[in-house]
Design a protein around this ligand. Structure first.
Ligand SMILES: Nc1nc2c(ncn2[C@@H]2O[C@H](COP(=O)(O)OP(=O)(O)O)[C@@H](O)[C@H]2O)c(=O)[nH]1
Ligand SMILES: [Mg+2]
Length: 336
Protein backbone atom coordinates (compact mmCIF):
# COMPACT_ATOMS: atom_id res chain seq x y z
CA UNK A 1 0.00 0.00 0.00
CA UNK A 2 2.63 2.44 1.14
CA UNK A 3 4.93 1.58 -1.76
CA UNK A 4 2.05 2.12 -4.28
CA UNK A 5 1.44 5.58 -2.79
CA UNK A 6 5.14 6.31 -3.01
CA UNK A 7 5.23 5.32 -6.70
CA UNK A 8 2.17 7.48 -7.47
CA UNK A 9 3.65 10.52 -5.64
CA UNK A 10 6.92 9.96 -7.46
CA UNK A 11 5.26 9.67 -10.88
CA UNK A 12 3.14 12.79 -10.19
CA UNK A 13 6.26 14.61 -9.15
CA UNK A 14 8.17 13.60 -12.25
CA UNK A 15 5.14 14.50 -14.44
CA UNK A 16 5.10 17.91 -12.84
CA UNK A 17 8.82 18.24 -13.31
CA UNK A 18 8.56 17.32 -16.96
CA UNK A 19 5.75 19.84 -17.42
CA UNK A 20 7.75 22.57 -15.67
CA UNK A 21 10.80 21.72 -17.72
CA UNK A 22 8.83 21.70 -20.95
CA UNK A 23 7.07 24.98 -20.24
CA UNK A 24 10.35 26.65 -19.24
CA UNK A 25 11.83 25.42 -22.50
CA UNK A 26 8.90 26.80 -24.53
CA UNK A 27 9.08 30.15 -22.72
CA UNK A 28 12.85 30.33 -23.26
CA UNK A 29 12.50 29.56 -27.00
CA UNK A 30 9.63 32.06 -27.43
CA UNK A 31 11.57 34.76 -25.59
CA UNK A 32 14.70 34.12 -27.63
CA UNK A 33 12.75 34.23 -30.92
CA UNK A 34 11.10 37.49 -29.86
CA UNK A 35 14.43 38.98 -28.84
CA UNK A 36 16.18 37.91 -32.05
CA UNK A 37 13.39 39.31 -34.24
CA UNK A 38 13.28 42.48 -32.15
CA UNK A 39 17.03 43.00 -32.47
CA UNK A 40 17.06 42.30 -36.20
CA UNK A 41 13.95 44.36 -36.95
CA UNK A 42 14.41 47.71 -38.59
CA UNK A 43 13.58 51.25 -37.48
CA UNK A 44 13.84 53.54 -40.47
CA UNK A 45 16.25 56.43 -40.05
CA UNK A 46 14.46 59.76 -39.75
CA UNK A 47 15.35 62.27 -42.48
CA UNK A 48 18.01 64.91 -41.71
CA UNK A 49 16.91 68.55 -42.22
CA UNK A 50 18.59 68.69 -45.68
CA UNK A 51 16.52 65.70 -46.74
CA UNK A 52 13.30 67.60 -46.10
CA UNK A 53 14.13 69.95 -48.96
CA UNK A 54 14.34 69.52 -52.70
CA UNK A 55 16.23 71.27 -55.49
CA UNK A 56 14.76 72.34 -58.80
CA UNK A 57 15.35 74.92 -61.53
CA UNK A 58 14.06 78.44 -60.84
CA UNK A 59 11.32 80.18 -62.83
CA UNK A 60 13.87 81.78 -65.14
CA UNK A 61 15.29 78.34 -65.89
CA UNK A 62 18.78 79.47 -64.93
CA UNK A 63 19.65 78.68 -61.36
CA UNK A 64 18.81 75.89 -59.04
CA UNK A 65 16.78 76.68 -55.95
CA UNK A 66 16.01 74.78 -52.78
CA UNK A 67 12.56 74.57 -51.21
CA UNK A 68 10.79 72.65 -48.44
CA UNK A 69 9.26 69.35 -49.52
CA UNK A 70 5.55 69.61 -50.25
CA UNK A 71 3.16 67.50 -48.21
CA UNK A 72 -0.05 68.05 -50.10
CA UNK A 73 -1.37 67.19 -53.54
CA UNK A 74 -1.98 69.84 -56.16
CA UNK A 75 -5.01 69.49 -58.34
CA UNK A 76 -3.27 70.16 -61.59
CA UNK A 77 -0.77 67.32 -61.25
CA UNK A 78 -2.01 63.90 -62.29
CA UNK A 79 1.09 61.79 -62.06
CA UNK A 80 4.22 61.99 -59.89
CA UNK A 81 7.08 59.69 -60.82
CA UNK A 82 9.54 58.85 -58.04
CA UNK A 83 12.90 57.55 -59.25
CA UNK A 84 15.10 56.04 -56.51
CA UNK A 85 18.64 56.58 -57.73
CA UNK A 86 21.98 55.43 -56.51
CA UNK A 87 24.99 56.28 -58.69
CA UNK A 88 22.89 56.45 -61.83
CA UNK A 89 24.73 58.95 -64.06
CA UNK A 90 25.30 56.31 -66.70
CA UNK A 91 21.75 54.89 -66.85
CA UNK A 92 19.21 57.55 -65.93
CA UNK A 93 19.24 59.71 -69.08
CA UNK A 94 17.47 57.18 -71.25
CA UNK A 95 14.87 56.48 -68.56
CA UNK A 96 14.15 60.20 -68.12
CA UNK A 97 13.92 60.67 -71.87
CA UNK A 98 11.27 57.94 -72.22
CA UNK A 99 9.36 59.22 -69.21
CA UNK A 100 9.36 62.90 -70.20
CA UNK A 101 8.42 62.16 -73.82
CA UNK A 102 5.51 60.07 -72.69
CA UNK A 103 4.34 62.46 -69.97
CA UNK A 104 4.48 65.56 -72.14
CA UNK A 105 2.53 63.79 -74.88
CA UNK A 106 -0.12 62.27 -72.60
CA UNK A 107 -0.63 64.90 -69.88
CA UNK A 108 1.28 68.07 -70.77
CA UNK A 109 2.39 69.99 -67.65
CA UNK A 110 0.32 67.74 -65.39
CA UNK A 111 3.20 65.63 -64.14
CA UNK A 112 6.34 65.83 -62.06
CA UNK A 113 9.41 63.66 -61.61
CA UNK A 114 11.04 63.32 -58.19
CA UNK A 115 14.54 61.89 -58.32
CA UNK A 116 15.65 60.68 -54.90
CA UNK A 117 19.44 60.57 -54.89
CA UNK A 118 20.31 58.11 -52.18
CA UNK A 119 23.72 59.48 -51.20
CA UNK A 120 25.32 58.81 -54.60
CA UNK A 121 29.02 59.48 -54.96
CA UNK A 122 28.96 59.98 -58.74
CA UNK A 123 27.13 63.31 -58.78
CA UNK A 124 23.73 61.90 -59.78
CA UNK A 125 21.82 64.93 -58.38
CA UNK A 126 23.86 67.55 -60.23
CA UNK A 127 23.78 65.46 -63.38
CA UNK A 128 20.01 65.16 -63.30
CA UNK A 129 19.45 68.83 -62.46
CA UNK A 130 21.67 69.92 -65.34
CA UNK A 131 19.78 67.59 -67.65
CA UNK A 132 16.52 69.20 -66.55
CA UNK A 133 17.87 72.62 -67.52
CA UNK A 134 20.12 72.01 -70.50
CA UNK A 135 18.76 68.89 -72.12
CA UNK A 136 15.05 68.80 -71.34
CA UNK A 137 14.43 72.50 -70.78
CA UNK A 138 11.95 71.78 -68.00
CA UNK A 139 9.95 74.29 -65.98
CA UNK A 140 10.46 74.92 -62.27
CA UNK A 141 9.18 72.00 -60.17
CA UNK A 142 8.74 69.60 -63.08
CA UNK A 143 11.85 67.74 -62.01
CA UNK A 144 12.73 67.87 -58.34
CA UNK A 145 15.72 66.27 -56.65
CA UNK A 146 15.83 65.12 -53.04
CA UNK A 147 19.37 64.35 -52.00
CA UNK A 148 20.07 62.08 -49.04
CA UNK A 149 23.08 62.84 -46.90
CA UNK A 150 23.76 59.12 -46.39
CA UNK A 151 22.58 56.08 -48.29
CA UNK A 152 19.32 54.65 -46.94
CA UNK A 153 18.42 52.00 -49.50
CA UNK A 154 15.86 51.85 -52.28
CA UNK A 155 12.90 51.45 -49.87
CA UNK A 156 13.90 54.53 -47.88
CA UNK A 157 14.24 56.57 -51.06
CA UNK A 158 10.88 55.47 -52.46
CA UNK A 159 9.17 56.19 -49.13
CA UNK A 160 10.58 59.70 -48.82
CA UNK A 161 9.74 60.44 -52.46
CA UNK A 162 6.17 59.16 -52.42
CA UNK A 163 5.37 60.87 -49.12
CA UNK A 164 6.18 64.22 -50.74
CA UNK A 165 4.58 64.10 -54.14
CA UNK A 166 2.03 66.56 -55.44
CA UNK A 167 0.23 64.29 -57.89
CA UNK A 168 -3.02 62.40 -57.70
CA UNK A 169 -1.12 59.18 -58.44
CA UNK A 170 2.42 58.21 -57.45
CA UNK A 171 4.52 55.79 -59.48
CA UNK A 172 7.92 54.52 -58.50
CA UNK A 173 10.11 53.49 -61.39
CA UNK A 174 13.70 52.23 -61.58
CA UNK A 175 16.32 54.60 -62.96
CA UNK A 176 17.64 52.03 -65.41
CA UNK A 177 14.53 52.22 -67.59
CA UNK A 178 14.09 48.43 -67.50
CA UNK A 179 10.29 48.82 -67.55
CA UNK A 180 8.65 50.31 -70.62
CA UNK A 181 7.52 53.68 -69.29
CA UNK A 182 4.43 54.01 -71.48
CA UNK A 183 2.96 50.97 -69.70
CA UNK A 184 2.11 53.35 -66.87
CA UNK A 185 -0.97 54.14 -68.94
CA UNK A 186 -2.29 50.63 -68.26
CA UNK A 187 -1.57 51.04 -64.55
CA UNK A 188 -3.47 54.34 -64.40
CA UNK A 189 -6.45 52.89 -66.26
CA UNK A 190 -6.59 49.99 -63.83
CA UNK A 191 -6.38 52.21 -60.75
CA UNK A 192 -9.10 54.48 -62.11
CA UNK A 193 -11.18 51.40 -62.55
CA UNK A 194 -10.57 50.09 -59.02
CA UNK A 195 -10.63 53.27 -56.96
CA UNK A 196 -14.30 54.21 -57.36
CA UNK A 197 -17.28 51.91 -57.00
CA UNK A 198 -20.66 52.20 -58.70
CA UNK A 199 -21.96 54.56 -55.98
CA UNK A 200 -18.95 56.86 -56.41
CA UNK A 201 -17.27 55.76 -53.15
CA UNK A 202 -13.45 56.12 -53.26
CA UNK A 203 -10.95 53.45 -52.22
CA UNK A 204 -7.21 53.17 -51.81
CA UNK A 205 -5.82 51.23 -54.77
CA UNK A 206 -2.54 50.10 -56.28
CA UNK A 207 -1.57 48.79 -59.71
CA UNK A 208 1.48 46.57 -59.63
CA UNK A 209 3.67 46.23 -62.69
CA UNK A 210 4.41 42.56 -63.18
CA UNK A 211 6.94 40.49 -65.10
CA UNK A 212 5.33 37.20 -64.14
CA UNK A 213 4.20 36.63 -67.76
CA UNK A 214 7.85 36.76 -68.85
CA UNK A 215 9.17 33.87 -66.81
CA UNK A 216 9.71 31.63 -69.83
CA UNK A 217 10.77 34.36 -72.23
CA UNK A 218 14.23 35.22 -73.57
CA UNK A 219 14.58 38.21 -71.25
CA UNK A 220 14.52 36.03 -68.16
CA UNK A 221 16.12 32.90 -69.62
CA UNK A 222 19.06 35.05 -70.77
CA UNK A 223 19.75 36.09 -67.18
CA UNK A 224 22.47 34.18 -65.42
CA UNK A 225 21.69 30.71 -64.10
CA UNK A 226 22.58 31.81 -60.57
CA UNK A 227 20.27 34.82 -60.74
CA UNK A 228 17.36 32.67 -61.94
CA UNK A 229 17.97 30.06 -59.21
CA UNK A 230 17.96 32.84 -56.63
CA UNK A 231 14.76 34.22 -58.17
CA UNK A 232 12.97 30.85 -57.80
CA UNK A 233 14.29 30.43 -54.25
CA UNK A 234 13.10 33.92 -53.39
CA UNK A 235 9.62 33.28 -54.88
CA UNK A 236 9.35 30.12 -52.76
CA UNK A 237 10.28 32.04 -49.61
CA UNK A 238 7.80 34.85 -50.36
CA UNK A 239 5.11 32.20 -50.91
CA UNK A 240 5.92 30.46 -47.61
CA UNK A 241 5.97 33.77 -45.78
CA UNK A 242 2.54 34.78 -46.84
CA UNK A 243 2.21 36.59 -50.17
CA UNK A 244 0.49 34.03 -52.33
CA UNK A 245 -1.81 36.10 -54.49
CA UNK A 246 0.89 38.28 -56.10
CA UNK A 247 3.25 36.61 -58.55
CA UNK A 248 5.89 39.32 -59.04
CA UNK A 249 6.49 41.16 -55.80
CA UNK A 250 9.78 42.79 -56.85
CA UNK A 251 8.95 44.70 -60.02
CA UNK A 252 10.27 48.27 -59.77
CA UNK A 253 7.19 49.80 -61.40
CA UNK A 254 4.26 50.25 -59.00
CA UNK A 255 1.49 52.86 -59.00
CA UNK A 256 -0.57 54.03 -56.01
CA UNK A 257 -3.39 56.49 -55.56
CA UNK A 258 -3.05 59.01 -52.73
CA UNK A 259 -5.19 57.05 -50.30
CA UNK A 260 -3.03 53.97 -50.80
CA UNK A 261 0.14 56.03 -50.31
CA UNK A 262 -1.24 57.41 -47.03
CA UNK A 263 -2.25 53.93 -45.88
CA UNK A 264 1.07 52.29 -46.67
CA UNK A 265 4.14 54.49 -46.70
CA UNK A 266 4.03 56.17 -43.26
CA UNK A 267 3.98 52.62 -41.82
CA UNK A 268 6.82 51.17 -43.89
CA UNK A 269 9.84 50.03 -41.87
CA UNK A 270 12.00 48.45 -44.53
CA UNK A 271 14.55 50.61 -46.33
CA UNK A 272 16.45 47.91 -48.22
CA UNK A 273 15.69 45.87 -51.33
CA UNK A 274 12.91 43.85 -49.71
CA UNK A 275 10.68 46.88 -49.10
CA UNK A 276 8.31 45.83 -51.91
CA UNK A 277 7.28 42.83 -49.83
CA UNK A 278 6.42 45.00 -46.83
CA UNK A 279 4.41 47.35 -49.08
CA UNK A 280 2.40 44.40 -50.30
CA UNK A 281 1.97 42.90 -46.83
CA UNK A 282 0.64 46.25 -45.57
CA UNK A 283 -1.59 46.52 -48.63
CA UNK A 284 -3.03 43.05 -48.05
CA UNK A 285 -3.48 43.64 -44.30
CA UNK A 286 -5.35 46.87 -45.02
CA UNK A 287 -7.48 45.38 -47.80
CA UNK A 288 -6.17 47.84 -50.33
CA UNK A 289 -7.48 47.01 -53.79
CA UNK A 290 -4.78 45.87 -56.18
CA UNK A 291 -4.20 44.34 -59.57
CA UNK A 292 -1.06 42.89 -61.05
CA UNK A 293 -0.60 44.31 -64.54
CA UNK A 294 1.74 42.70 -67.07
CA UNK A 295 4.31 45.21 -68.34
CA UNK A 296 7.15 45.08 -70.86
CA UNK A 297 10.53 44.82 -69.26
CA UNK A 298 14.08 44.20 -70.41
CA UNK A 299 17.28 43.40 -68.56
CA UNK A 300 19.58 46.42 -68.20
CA UNK A 301 23.24 45.96 -67.25
CA UNK A 302 24.88 47.74 -64.33
CA UNK A 303 22.67 46.34 -61.56
CA UNK A 304 23.55 47.60 -58.08
CA UNK A 305 22.59 44.28 -56.52
CA UNK A 306 25.30 42.07 -55.15
CA UNK A 307 23.77 38.69 -55.92
CA UNK A 308 25.37 36.75 -53.07
CA UNK A 309 25.24 39.30 -50.25
CA UNK A 310 21.96 41.03 -51.16
CA UNK A 311 20.10 37.76 -51.74
CA UNK A 312 21.04 36.48 -48.31
CA UNK A 313 20.12 39.82 -46.78
CA UNK A 314 16.77 39.82 -48.58
CA UNK A 315 15.96 36.30 -47.36
CA UNK A 316 16.80 37.29 -43.78
CA UNK A 317 14.83 40.55 -44.02
CA UNK A 318 11.82 38.74 -45.47
CA UNK A 319 11.69 36.36 -42.51
CA UNK A 320 12.18 39.24 -40.07
CA UNK A 321 9.38 41.36 -41.60
CA UNK A 322 6.91 38.49 -41.44
CA UNK A 323 7.87 37.50 -37.90
CA UNK A 324 7.90 41.13 -36.71
CA UNK A 325 4.27 41.54 -37.82
CA UNK A 326 3.28 38.19 -36.30
CA UNK A 327 4.92 39.09 -32.96
CA UNK A 328 3.53 42.63 -32.92
CA UNK A 329 6.96 44.28 -33.15
CA UNK A 330 5.79 45.94 -36.38
CA UNK A 331 2.21 47.16 -36.27
CA UNK A 332 0.29 47.93 -39.45
CA UNK A 333 -1.33 51.02 -37.88
CA UNK A 334 1.70 52.52 -36.07
CA UNK A 335 3.64 55.11 -38.04
CA UNK A 336 7.40 54.81 -38.12
N1 LIG B 1 17.63 54.66 -53.23
C1 LIG B 1 18.38 53.65 -53.63
N2 LIG B 1 18.13 53.16 -54.80
C2 LIG B 1 18.91 52.18 -55.19
C3 LIG B 1 19.96 51.65 -54.41
N3 LIG B 1 20.52 50.71 -55.12
C4 LIG B 1 19.83 50.66 -56.28
N4 LIG B 1 18.87 51.56 -56.30
C5 LIG B 1 17.92 51.90 -57.35
O1 LIG B 1 17.03 50.84 -57.51
C6 LIG B 1 16.69 50.71 -58.87
C7 LIG B 1 16.98 49.32 -59.35
O2 LIG B 1 18.34 49.08 -59.22
P1 LIG B 1 19.12 48.00 -60.05
O3 LIG B 1 20.53 48.11 -59.64
O4 LIG B 1 18.80 48.13 -61.51
O5 LIG B 1 18.50 46.65 -59.46
P2 LIG B 1 17.94 45.38 -60.23
O6 LIG B 1 17.12 45.88 -61.37
O7 LIG B 1 17.14 44.67 -59.18
O8 LIG B 1 19.14 44.63 -60.65
C8 LIG B 1 17.50 51.78 -59.60
O9 LIG B 1 16.67 52.89 -59.77
C9 LIG B 1 18.63 52.06 -58.65
O10 LIG B 1 19.18 53.34 -58.77
C10 LIG B 1 20.20 52.21 -53.14
O11 LIG B 1 21.08 51.86 -52.38
N5 LIG B 1 19.37 53.23 -52.81
MG1 LIG C 1 17.58 47.06 -62.90
Amino acid sequence: MFSEQLVSVYSNLSNTNVKVLLSSFVVAVATSVYLIVYLLSHSPRQPCPEELEFTTIDDNKRQFIRKKLPSRSEDDIILSVVVPSYNETSRILSMLKDAINFLEAEMPSKWEIVVVDDGSSDGTSDFVLKLSRDHFNLKSGQLRVIKFVHNRGKGGAVKQGLLHIRGKYGLFADADGASKFSDVKKLIENIENMEVDDEGKKFPAMALGSRAHMVNTEAVIKRSFVRNCLMYGFHALVFIFGIRSIKDTQCGFKLFNRDAINDIFPYLHTEGWIFDVEILLLGLKKNIKYREIPISWHEVGGSKMDLAIDSLKMAKDLVIIRMAYILGIYKPYRKC
